[in-house]
Design a protein around this ligand. Sequence first.
Ligand code: PLP
Length: 361
Amino acid sequence: MAEAVVDLSAVRNNVRTFRRLVPQGILAVVKADAFGHGAVPVARAAIEAGATWLGVARAEEALQLRAAGLTVPILTWLYDAAELMLLGGLDVDVSVSTIAELQRVVSNPSIHHVHLKLDTGLHRSGSAPDHWVELTRAAAHYEALGALTVRGIWSHLSHGDTPDALQSRKQLRLLRTGVALARRAGLQPTVVHLANSAGAITLDASDCNLVRVGAGLYGIDELGIGLRPAMRLVTKLAQVRRIRAGEGVSYGHDFVASHDTTVALVPLGYADGIPRVVAGKASVLCRGVRMPVIGRIAMDQFVVDAGDLPVEPGEPVTVFGDGSRGEPTCKDWADWAGTIPHEIYCGIGARVPRRYEETAR
Ligand SMILES: *Cc1c(COP(=O)(O)O)cnc(C)c1O
């Protein structure tokens, strides 16, 4: 009934927008099943539009991309020893932040390419600046033995989505120093990368030759650069009924009708990623009009108020889209839920099939 329709031409358009605006190469971040859009189709579309690298958080995600026949370089940055074993023979690059991780990689003959990660201020992962010289020297030692190749040096921004780039510039300076120290240790990284989608636009980082674009691929347009939302969440009205003034709707009767009205059942619930907290705020598009979500959102369904419109079961409903037909956007849902579009997209449940389309626009 419900579908998350992903427009792959929007993904391509968004990659091309970045290519026009930034000089660096594009590493397409397709972690978390491409923010719920489907990792393999999105990765293919991004590569067709000129992305040259793929990035994922977990080793399993890299495995899925290789199993689908994708051959471009892939970086993975969050794994444990067991997950590392999955990557045997797949030529996946892994991030390394500590000497212990470096040794783990060395003892795994199937990992060859590493990206040393410097913590420049996010304070999640990455080598503390105090340990960087030791890490780069150890890596150079293993490289000389032929045990691995340091292909990249990288870091991650703490304020990548804010227009005030002061912190980002400070992080860039630290990364620049880190790269200089790595070269002094004898390393010759071919890629240096720091910025995420928004940072790619706001930070003038000529010392970097890759940017890691996640949100932007999907049309999450934090800086208003003309990106197109790629996903549309649609379904069909499941049932329609007339209720009288004074009658309540859904669990607990949080909504009580003030006048006679037609209410319609939408077959999506919090198990499908519709956040419960949007009750009383959200609306959907049906018959070209916004119908407010009324009453509590249940696991599998919620109810909308159709007023006096003679709607019927089976009529199409747009929960969110790119907004061009008057429907809410994913950003609207995120605002209603007090979160970011990333979380809404990632929360669309496995029960909602993804369908792919190409629009000419
Ligand atoms: C998720 C992620 C990105 C992508 O960030 P966006 O803001 O979505 O573009 C880049 N780098 C790393 C390390 C990430 O975890």
